[in-house]
Design a protein around this ligand. Structure first.
Ligand SMILES: [Zn+2]
Ligand SMILES: [Zn+2]
Length: 168
C-alpha cells in the first residue's frame, strides 16, 4: 500500500484499500479472502503517525478438535515514522526513519507484520469445544462416543480411589 505523503494537508488523512491477501502475505492460506485495510496518516513536523486497521477473514484450525473454521481477524497498530534530516539525532526505539524529502510511503511491511504478529497462538473453534476423545479420536462436538461407558483402564482405578479419598 503506497501512499503519497508529499503535500499532505494537516490533520488525519484516511486511506482505504481492499486487497488480495497474497499481496501482503504471499503463499499463506490463513487468509483465503481479501483484506480490508484502513490507514490513517497524520503528518506532524518531525513525525508521520500511521494508524493501521486491517480486517481479514482468517482460517484457523482448532487446537482442541482440529476442525477448520474461519473467523474475523481484526488488528490495529500505530507506527511512527520519524523524518530524518541527516542530522545526528536519536530516534525512539519504536520509530522508523523516513527521509525528509520522501514523497511516498510504502506500508506493505507494516501491514504484513501486523497481520502475522497478531495471529493468536492458541485458537479454539468455540470456548466450549469438547475436543477429541483421547481414546477413539471421535470429535465430541459432533458425536458421542461410547468410550465413557466401557470399563475403565484398571491402571487408573488406584488413582481414582486416591482422589475419592482426598475429597471425602
Ligand atoms: Zn474445536
Ligand atoms: Zn471415544
Amino acid at each position: 500500500m503506497r501512499i503519497q505523503i508529499a503535500g499532505m494537508p494537516p490533520g488525519p488523512q484516511i486511506f482505504d484499500q481492499e486487497s488480495a491477501a497474497s499481496r501482503y502475505v504471499g503463499g499463506n492460506d490463513i487468509f483465503p479472502q481479501d483484506l480490508w485495510i484502513r490507514a490513517t496518516l497524520e503528518r506532524e513536523p518531525d513525525v508521520l503517525k500511521v494508524f493501521l486497521e486491517v480486517e481479514a477473514e482468517a482460517s484457523f484450525s482448532c487446537d482442541r478438535c482440529n476442525d477448520c473454521f474461519t473467523r474475523k481477524h481484526l488488528c490495529t497498530g500505530t507506527i511512527y515514522y520519524a523524518f530524518d534530516d541527516g542530522e545526528d539525532f536519536s530516534t525512539e526505539p519504536e520509530q522508523t526513519l523516513l527521509p525528509r524529502n520522501a514523497t511516498e510511503i510504502d506500508l506493505a511491511q507494516d501491514i504484513r507484520d501486523l497481520l502475522i504478529l497478531e495471529l493468536p497462538t492458541k485458537v479454539l473453534c468455540d470456548e466450549e469445544c469438547k475436543g477429541l476423545c483421547l481414546n477413539c479420536g471421535a470429535n465430541l462436538n459432533r458425536e458421542a462416543c461410547s468410550c465413557q461407558d466401557k470399563p475403565s483402564d484398571p491402571r487408573w482405578d488406584a488413582l481414582k480411589k486416591l482422589r475419592n479419598k482426598s475429597t471425602e
